[in-house]
Design a protein around this ligand. Structure first.
Ligand SMILES: [Zn+2]
Length: 321
């Protein structure tokens, strides 16, 4: 089982440590969505479970263990995630501890993949501590988290943190081309640099982004009605528009600091907008957008949120050139 190209080095390193008998009990894979963390965890698990691994330590794909794993029925590969709610509950952890107390089914390793670890509630996290500290022999716990800072410190301190950043744009674009994505640069920028998200974007979404950006720039020039626009923007959903505003603002701030923008194609339009606004005000609006993204997840009225942001944006004091 292979990982995405930007993860091959990291996997090779871990497998070398595995061969040297230096693999930690628990790994915390942290990084943004859409970069292949899950696939990485599965490939690492596959390598550990395989009975006849290749010379580089990766799984063979043919042995009985690999076949069981591919069928989703390997008894020594355990997946844990939220079931009917948003959280991983304490009884799920108790079940896991019970299963780990039994002996392994096959001679190799046992792997537990906990995804997302951010979903552990407090009681479940506490119940897991002892297992993380003293897991049964030849057992690897892999925890996946988008925001490891949200995990209790007691959990984090018992895991070895493996940060998985966004791949470089060059690597990501090269891979998107192999996936048949038509406009890989534009899709990648729109996805905030996450290649797996970029692969799913379609041409309609790219067009919608271009149109909203044009309207947003026009608002800064006093054209357009923010309330009316908000009504249009939230159809069919408000998530993308809010994320885009976050990216545009982030790029404006980067441009002000002389850094490279994420959405290079837009920098020509963003630069003069950024120069005309006080930097602190840009930061304040970005904070407000971050907050709006969080609120959106909790079913707050999308029209009110987007309207508030667009009014704020259109009313910002601007220096005229
Ligand atoms: Zn195998």
């Amino acid at each position: 089982m292979s990982v995405l190209p930007w993860h091959t080095g990291t996997l090779a390193e871990l497998l070398q440590r595995h061969r040297d008998g230096r693999l930690p009990h628990a790994l915390l894979l942290a990084g943004p969505a859409g970069i292949g963390r899950r696939r990485f965890a599965e490939a690492l698990a596959a390598a550990l479970l395989c009975l006849e691994p290749a010379a580089d330590g990766t799984s063979c794909g043919r042995c009985p263990a690999c076949r069981l794993r591919e069928a989703g029925t390997h008894p020594d590969l355990l997946h844990l995630g939220p079931e009917d709610s948003q959280v991983i509950r304490i009884d799920q952890i108790r079940d896991l501890i019970g299963q780990l107390a039994l002996s392994r089914h096959q001679a190799a390793w046992r792997v537990v993949i906990l995804d997302p670890a951010d979903a552990l509630n407090i009681a479940a996290a506490n119940a897991l501590l002892k297992t993380l500290e003293e897991p049964p022999p030849r057992t690897l716990m892999i925890l996946l988290a988008m925001r490891p800072a949200r995990l209790p410190a007691t959990i984090r301190s018992r895991c070895q943190l493996l940060r998985m950043p966004l791949p470089s744009p060059q690597e990501a674009v090269a891979w998107l081309q192999t996936q048949g994505v038509e406009a890989p640069e534009a899709a990648l920028q729109l996805a905030g640099g996450a290649p797996l998200i970029a692969r799913e974007l379609d041409a309609d979404l790219l067009r919608r982004h271009a149109e909203l950006f044009r309207q947003w720039v026009a608002l800064a020039a006093g054209e357009g009605d923010p309330v009316k626009l908000a009504g249009e923007w939230i159809k069919p959903e408000a998530e993308w528009p809010i994320q885009w505003m976050q990216q545009w603002l982030g790029d404006m701030i980067r441009l002000r600091h002389g850094g490279p923008p994420r959405m290079a194609d837009l920098s020509g339009a963003l630069q003069p907008l950024a120069e005309a606004i006080d930097l602190q005000r840009l930061h304040r609006l970005l904070d407000r957008i971050d907050e709006a993204r969080r609120l959106l997840a909790s079913q707050v009225n999308a029209q009110t949120l987007v309207e508030g942001l667009l009014i704020h944006w259109s009313n910002l004091p601007r220096r005229t050139a």
